[in-house]
Structures are given as structure tokens and as C-alpha cells.
Design a protein around this ligand. Structure first.
Ligand code: ZN
Ligand code: ZN
Length: 923
């Protein structure tokens, strides 16, 4: 079993998560954005999960009580679409034929099949959460609180039933909110056409332009801008009218006959292209008519465009649908009846062509919205619906955003702030089946409306029907009595599921019907975290509902926003492309810690991630494995000596580095800057493993005194243990594993139950750290000079000159590291350092001796000799002094020289002189 899985088991068996929630501590409130429980969790979910888990583990160690309740988003189109596919249902009518009760039962049953997958993966990532006590948006209590929320807004006069043109999915037969539309824009090529409309009793045609030919049967007017310049041109014996700035659309020679302001065109009548609607077809003024594209004359279909609808109201134009709610032409549109509009487009063009009404057609590339769930092209469609009057509270929304701490900070005024500036009224009703029903009843006689705010209230008001299950179709059998004596019937719609998730702060604890105290402690949330797409989704709906309800409070105080996870070339991760490794493989090969570290450190928060397995592997090797190896080193050489306070400069330095790491990690984590926090550790690990441990090797392996070993051992153990605590929130597994080995008897049983290390500012020695940094730089320069000259580090050199003063202890370290006899300070040198490569005979001999030693050590190792095994050495060739020969014996643990022919031997050349060396074990 993988060690991380052992740790998971250890946490579970010892209830470490439950123990970490200490009831006597202050609350830290966190809202878990309920994910749609459809499909399997992907890297995006893992990223968000890692962010949440890291912050919450940190806050726990900082002394807060951090309950973590999970929630599931169960309602809405995502689930409905899934079931439609499963049952091979193509439209709403087929659902009604199957029976809404049966359809909803399917939805209900499917919800929790995906939940299991989610739980498993998130647990494997190390996410601590209370899965047993999860709330779900389909619970009756949840719905009751959603009703309460609506009722509050209703009483504040923030809800209105209105007729508007909204983005609409004909496949799902429902309107979509603006933020849903934003989830589904695509770059597409479409046909656009220029249509000729003949002016009545005149010979000119006006030219109009459209990319949606299917709206032409509903054309009821043409709009121009009265202040723009228009021209009448002659082209191939016909006369056309268009904006002067749009002359470029004409091909071939034309002659401008007249030029005039748009005002001249107002009130002129034209012959419509189709005769399905009774109307005077006239030219009217529209402010929105521009000259960036088209002809400067806009065809108006009142039911299928927002501007069109407004113009219709202003000029009292007819409002008649030519298309039904599934996107098919109605029967009275005889030429195209029953046809799906997007398929009928080409027939309409063909029809115009045949009647010589098509001036020109061309292919254009533009962004067009598609349904974010079912991928059908959207249309704009006039429909009566319920609106939350967001525009009424816009100022307050902007004001309340000022109190929110965003990470990254630019989202506050940028993506989110701008979205608030452009906020529109929110169509929160959906003509669907699987959702919380909207609790509004309308009188069939006098049209009076009642909004019901609780189950109790409904019980008292109802005259028939049952409240056992609040879902459709049962709730639709509940009727009320109107004051006028008429019967009140529930409006058919259900809530937009984003309304339900936005109501989560209240509904997840059934506020205000229960848990008032918990609600007051948890609202607003101290912290939330989700992906960037939620700036227009959940972050937005949380904010709108909280502002609508409270007036002056945001729903959350701190929020971390992460970007998308893409593949290494920047494409979206897709099941079809198979451009990412299975999550389980990554866990298997490198573990969750490596993945967490990669996700938190590799990209600035808020930007898109490039996922690459090689990078995860690198993190695993450089961080996780290095950290583990530091511990393994300690474990091999520890003697469990007594604890002492070290005077050694390396120890003082690493303690200073640790204190600094501690300080800066706290600063960044308190500021929710996770990426900045974890990147501190990259540098720290380099200092710790590639410098501190490297330079401390000798003190462990060949200590000059007990004290020296005790100093090194005490320091290394302390540093390792403190790191486990500082890094526990980020990489919870390896830190736990090492903590288990280091903890003393009587200490808390898990690193995650420890307090986060308190800061010891006194240990921070800035001067020492600066000097050590300089020393490392000097060493790096000297080593790279050696490399350039091809002189091995094993060959001692006479001296190194450096320009600047540096403390004596550090000079010793430099001498050791680059193997020089002396380090001299000389301010007169031009370069930063000057390494003397001249070799005296003595230095050369020492170099040769060291080369021989290395070769003999290698032979010992290859033969599997232990440190206790003594040997005899053969060494022929050269002309080594007695001193050098004795030095060799001492270093390789040999008792003397022999001249026999040995089995274990090797020939080598040093400075072009051949040597024959060999060893034999003394038995
Ligand atoms: Zn759809
Ligand atoms: Zn009535």
C-alpha cells in the first residue's frame, strides 16, 4: 500500500478530522460551493479542493473551529439533460408523455451515483470534509428556505413578473440567465444575408441585413438612425437605400443619386417579405442603429430581439410569435410550418432568392451563444417570466463588493466589478421539471399573485393538494382560494438552480426555521474558493441574494479564485482528446502531495494552468522526495544525543531561514496568497537540502566531538519537525509521515492537531542570511570556473581571492566547499573572485592521492565491504611521498600496503601517469 493511503487510514481510524474541530474555539466559517453531482471530478475540482483544504487546515492549526459541511447541487438542467440522454428523450413533450413524476424520480435516483465518485476522489486528494452530514438542494428543508428567500425579496418589491426577450434554449425549452449565456459562447461561421425590401409606391428598395433569416417571417418594421447619413444609389438598373458609411458592401459600379439624413426615411412604408402578420410595415427610428456592420437599416422582429422588443413597445407594433417554445415554426407560417428554425434558415434564403428579394449573401465569422448544458444554438425569445430586479440594488451590490477581499485582487474591480456594473434583472424562473418549485400562486379569475414563504403558511392557505413532496407534479395539484373567490393555481416554473445554490448560506441550515444561532455565526462566510467561471455564477448569485436580503452585507469576506486547468499546450482538458493522464495514475505514481504542490505553486492564482505530468514528476522529485531524503539522512545518523543550543554558524543560519519561512508563510496565508506562500518553500528546500545538509554531512559522519554531533542533530531534528508543521496544510501526507517518526512521547498524535508554529522573530538574522547568500554565490562562481577549466573539485587549489570582507566561519565553509587552502580578501582584484589554478607539486600530489582514494572507496562499495571491514592496499606507479601514502591508508580504512597480484584491481591514469591499484579484505 502506498504511504499516502496508509496515512488516510491512520486519519480515519483515529478520527483525526473530527478531533481537529475543537468546540471551544472561535468559528471560522467556510461555504462549500455545491458542485453539480454529474460526471467524475476532474483536475479543476482537484485544484479548487486543494485550495479549500489548504486554507482550512491552516485555520484549524491557527486555533479556529472549522466545520466543513459538504453540499450537493442536485437540481437543474445538468441532471435533466443526463436523464434525457439516458431515456433517449428529445424534448419537453416527450417528458410530459412519460410523466413528470416518473421523470423526476429518475433525476432523484441518479443524483447520488455521481456523489460517490466525487467523495472518493476528493478524499484521496486529502480533502477533509464532513461527507456524512452533507446537505443537498433537493431536500424539503432546503426548498423551504429558498421559498423564504424569495418571499423576503418579494416583500421588498424586488420580484416582478414581466414579458421580456431573453436568451432561450429551444432544445431545453427554457430561458437562460445572462451569466449562463456567458458560459457558452463559440466562434462560428454563419450565413448572413442582405434582403431587398421594396418601398411602397416608389421604385427604391431599402437593404436590411440579418444573420438570423428565421426571424424574417416575424418582421414588422425597419429601423434607421435619424441622425445618420443615408444614400440612394443606382446599381445595375435598380435603386437601393443604405447608410453612406456602408457603401463598401456594394460590389460593382454604382452611382450615388441622392444623399440625405435618416430622418427623411421615417414613416415610409414597405412591402414585407412575408405576409403572415397583419400590420403597416413602416420605417421607424432606433437609437441603437449603428453603422459598424450591416446596412444601417435594421429589420425588426419584436419577439426575437431585445432592442426589437423595445422598439415594438415604443411604436405599438404587433407582438405575435411565429415560433413555438421548441423552436419550430407555428402552423400559420405556412411555408415553413413545423420546421426547426435553425434548419429552416436555408429554405428561407432559397425562398427569398426565388422571389428576387435576396440582394447578397456572405459567410461571416462571429461569436454566437450556445446552451452551456446541451450545446444547442440559443435564440432570443420573448417570454413572460419572473425577474429579480437586480438593477434596483446595483449600487448596493457595488458597495458591498468593496468589503470583499479577492485573490487575485484584480478580480474585485475587474471581472467581478465590471460584471456588477453591467448587472441586469435576473430571470430566475425555468420552464422545467426537476427543481425547487417557485412558490407563487395566481388567481385564475383576477390574476392576483401570492408568494408563499414557508410550508406552514402554505398548509394554512391551501384548499386542496398534498405537501408530502414539494416537487412537480405534486405541488401543481396544490390550489389556494383568492380573496375574489377564484381559484389560485401555482405558476408552472421552477427556480433557476443558480438561485438555489446562491441561497445556500440560509438553506443549508434551514434558516430561519431552524439553526438561527449557527446561521448567525456562519454568515457571512470568512472564506470561499471556486473557479473563475463562478464570478458570473455562484459568486454572483451569493452576492445578489445576500445584498437583496440584508442590504449592506456581502455573503463572503475572502475569496480565492482559480483559473482553468488546461493541457500542456493550452487546450481544454477533454475526454475526447484524452489529453490528460488519469487522476488515479498521478496518485499512484507521485501521490496527492506532489499534485497538490504542483497545483498550488505552478501558476499565479487566477491564471490558467498548464497541466503536465513531467512537471508533477519534477515537483515530486525536487520537493517531496528531497524532503523525505532529508529526513532519511537524519534517521541514519541520529544518535539520540542530548539536546543542546548550537553555536555553529550553519545551524544558526538554518534556524534563521526557518524563522523567516515561518514568518512569511503566516503573512501570505493570512492574506490568502497560497501561491506566494508555497513558493517560499521552493527556495527553502534548496537552502536546506542542497546547502545546510550538504555542508553538515561531516558533522554527522565524522564529528570532531560529541558536542558537534549533538548540535547538528538537535538543529536538524528541530528544523524537520517545524517544517512538518509549516507545510502540513499544503502537503498533508508527507508531513504527517515524517511527524510520526519525529514526535516525542506524549506529543499530539497528528501533525494536523498541532498548533501552527509561533513566530520567533529573534532567530531571524538578516545579516547572516545575506552573508550566507553571498558565500553561496562565491561558491557557485568558483565551481563554475573549475568546471570551465576542467579541474575537478577533488584537486585542491592554493587560494581563492574575494573582493569583499566575509566572516571567518563562512570562509571555512567556502574553503571546504570549493577545496582551496586559503581564501584571501583582496579589494584590488577586478573580478568578484579570482581562483588560482597554479599547482605546486604538493597540491598535485594531494590531488592524485584523493583521486586514488575515490577509486578505492568505489571498489570497497562495489565489493559490498562495510565500514568495519579493514583492507590491504596495492598501489603501483607514480612517485607518491610517505605522507601521501599514509593519508590514503587512513582515508580508505586500510592497515597497510602489499605488492601481491590481487584479484580486485584497477588501472588508471592521473595527470598522464599510469597507476595500478588493488585491495584485499583482511579476514
Ligand atoms: Zn439547452
Ligand atoms: Zn382572484
Amino acid at each position: 500500500m502506498n504511504y499516502e493511503e496508509k496515512i488516510l487510514k491512520f486519519w480515519k481510524e483515529n478520527n483525526i478530522f473530527e478531533k481537529s474541530i475543537k468546540k471551544d474555539r472561535p468559528y471560522f466559517s467556510f461555504y462549500d460551493g455545491p458542485p453539480f453531482a454529474t460526471g467524475k471530478p476532474h483536475y479543476g475540482h482537484i485544484l479548487t479542493t486543494t485550495i479549500k483544504d489548504t486554507v482550512l487546515r491552516y485555520k484549524t492549526m491557527k486555533g479556529f473551529q472549522v466545520p466543513r459541511r459538504v453540499g450537493w447541487d442536485c437540481h437543474g438542467l445538468p441532471i435533466e439533460n443526463l436523464i434525457e440522454k439516458e431515456l433517449n428523450i428529445k424534448n419537453k413533450k416527450e417528458i410530459e408523455e412519460l410523466g413528470v413524476d416518473k421523470f423526476n424520480e429518475h433525476c432523484r435516483n441518479s443524483v447520488f451515483t455521481c456523489v460517490e465518485d466525487f467523495e472518493k476522489t476528493l478524499e484521496r486528494v486529502g480533502r477533509w470534509a464532513d461527507y456524512s452530514n452533507a446537505y443537498s438542494t433537493m431536500d424539503k428543508e432546503y426548498t423551504e428556505s429558498v421559498w423564504w428567500v424569495l418571499k423576503q425579496l418579494w416583500d421588498k418589491d424586488l420580484v416582478k413578473r414581466d414579458y421580456r426577450v431573453s436568451p432561450y434554449c429551444p432544445r431545453c425549452s427554457t430561458t437562460l440567465s445572462n451569466f449562463e449565456v456567458n458560459l457558452g459562447y463559440k466562434e462560428v461561421k454563419n450565413k448572413s444575408i442582405y434582403v431587398k425590401l421594396k418601398l411602397k409606391n416608389r421604385e427604391e428598395f431599402v437593404l436590411v441585413w440579418t444573420t438570423t433569416p428565421w426571424t424574417l417571417p416575424q418582421n414588422v418594421a425597419v429601423a434607421v438612425n435619424k441622425d445618420e447619413d443615408y444614400v440612394c444609389v443606382r446599381l445595375e438598373n435598380e435603386k437601393y437605400i443604405l447608410a453612406k458609411k456602408r457603401l463598401e458592401i456594394l460590389e460593382g459600379d454604382y452611382e450615388i443619386i441622392k444623399e440625405f439624413k435618416g430622418e427623411k426615411l421615417l414613416g415610409l412604408e414597405y412591402s414585407p417579405v412575408f405576409n403572415y402578420i397583419e400590420n403597416d410595415f413602416k420605417i421607424v427610428h432606433g437609437d441603437f442603429v449603428g453603422t459598424e456592420d450591416g446596412t444601417g437599416l435594421v429589420h425588426i422582429a419584436t419577439m426575437y430581439g431585445e432592442d426589437d422588443y423595445k422598439i415594438g413597445k415604443k411604436y405599438n407594433l404587433p407582438f405575435v410569435h411565429t415560433v413555438d417554445e421548441s423552436g419550430n415554426f407555428l402552423d400559420f407560417v405556412e411555408d415553413f410550418k413545423g420546421r426547426y428554425v435553425f434548419e429552416a434558415n436555408k429554405d428561407i434564403v432559397h425562398n427569398l432568392k426565388e422571389r428576387n428579394l435576396l440582394f447578397k449573401e456572405e459567410l461571416i465569422e462571429h461569436t454566437y451563444p450556445f446552451c452551456w448544458r446541451c450545446d444547442a444554438p440559443l435564440m432570443y425569445y420573448a417570454k413572460e417570466s419572473y425577474y429579480l430586479m437586480v438593477t434596483k440594488i446595483k449600487e448596493q451590490l457595488i458597495q458591498n463588493n468593496k468589503g470583499i477581499h479577492w485573490v487575485p485582487s484584480h478580480i474585485k474591480e475587474g471581472r467581478f466589478g465590471k460584471w456588477l456594473l453591467g448587472a441586469r434583472d435576473w430571470d430566475f424562473a425555468r420552464n422545467r421539471f426537476w427543481g425547487a418549485p417557485i412558490p407563487i400562486w395566481r388567481c385564475e379569475e383576477c390574476e392576483k399573485m401570492v408568494c408563499v414563504g414557508s410550508i406552514k403558511e402554505l398548509e394554512e392557505l391551501k384548499t386542496e393538494g398534498d405537501l408530502g413532496d414539494l416537487h412537480k407534479p405534486y405541488i401543481d395539484n396544490v390550489y389556494l382560494r383568492c380573496e375574489c373567490g377564484g381559484r389560485m393555481k401555482r405558476t408552472e416554473e421552477v427556480f433557476d438552480c443558480w438561485f438555489e445554490s446562491g441561497a445556500m448560506p440560509y438553506a443549508s441550515c434551514h434558516y430561519p426555521f431552524e439553526n438561527k444561532e449557527i446561521f448567525e455565526k456562519t454568515f457571512p462566510a470568512d472564506f470561499i474558493a471556486e473557479g473563475l467561471d463562478q464570478t458570473r455564477g455562484w459568486f454572483y448569485t451569493l452576492h445578489v441574494l445576500a445584498t437583496g436580503l440584508t442590504g449592506n452585507k456581502p455573503a463572503f469576506k475572502n475569496v480565492i479564485v482559480n483559473g482553468l486547468v488546461l493541457d500542456k499546450t493550452g487546450r481544454k482538458l477533454s475526454k475526447k482528446l484524452k489529453n490528460y493522464p488519469e487522476v488515479s495514475d498521478i496518485f499512484e505514481k507521485y501521490g496527492a502531495d506532489a499534485l497538490r504542490y504542483f497545483l498550488l505553486s505552478s501558476t499565479n492564482m487566477g491564471e490558467d494552468y498548464r497541466f503536465s505530468e513531467e512537471r508533477v514528476k519534477e515537483v515530486w522529485r525536487k520537493i517531496i522526495l528531497s524532503f523525505k531524503n532529508c529526513f532519511v539522512f537524519y534517521n541514519i545518523y541520529k544518535k539520540n544525543g542530548k539536546e543542546v543550543k548550537s553555536k555553529n554558524i550553519l545551524d544558526k543560519w538554518i534556524l534563521s531561514r526557518l524563522a523567516l519561512l515561518n514568518k512569511e508563510t503566516i503573512e501570505y496565508l493570512d492574506d490568502y496568497e497560497l501561491t506566494r506562500a508555497i513558493r517560499l518553500f521552493d527556495d527553502f528546500m534548496d537552502d536546506f537540502s542542497n546547502w545546510y545538509i550538504r555542508r553538515s554531512r561531516r558533522r554527522f559522519q565524522k564529528p570532531e566531538s560529541d558536542l558537534e554531533l549533538e548540535e547538528a542533530e538537535t538543529t536538524l531534528k528541530f528544523v524537520l519537525k517545524e517544517i512538518t508543521k509549516i507545510m502540513a496544510p499544503f502537503i498533508p501526507f508527507i508531513t504527517e509521515e515524517i511527524y510520526q517518526e519525529l514526535k516525542n512521547d506524549g506529543e499530539v498524535i497528528s501533525v494536523h492537531l498541532c498548533d501552527f508554529p509561533e513566530l520567533d522573530e529573534e532567530l531571524i538574522d538578516v545579516l547572516l542570511m545575506d552573508e550566507m547568500k553571498e558565500a553561496r554565490e562565491i561558491v557557485n562562481m568558483a565551481l563554475s570556473e573549475r568546471m570551465e577549466k576542467g579541474v575537478k573539485v577533488r584537486q585542491p587549489l592554493s587560494f581563492l581571492k574575494i573582493k569583499k570582507e566575509i566572516s571567518r566561519e563562512l570562509i571555512d565553509i567556502i574553503k571546504d566547499e570549493i577545496n582551496v587552502k586559503e581564501v584571501l580578501i583582496d579589494e584590488s582584484i577586478d573580478e568578484e573572485i579570482l581562483l588560482n589554478f597554479e599547482l605546486t607539486d604538493k597540491l598535485k600530489e594531494e590531488g592524485i592521492a584523493r583521486e586514488i582514494i575515490r577509486n578505492i572507496q568505489q571498489m570497497r562499495k562495489n565489493l559490498g565491504y562495510s565500514k568495519k571491514d579493514r583492507i590491504l592496499v596495492k598501489c603501483k606507479g607514480g612517485n607518491l611521498s610517505k605522507k601521501a601514502k599514509d593519508f590514503i591508508l587512513e582515508e580508505v580504512l586500510a592497515d597497510g600496503y602489499i605488492d601481491d597480484d590481487l584479484e580486485n584491481k584497477k588501472e588508471l591514469k592521473i595527470y598522464n601517469i599510469p597507476y595500478l591499484i588493488g585491495i584485499r579484505k583482511i579476514i
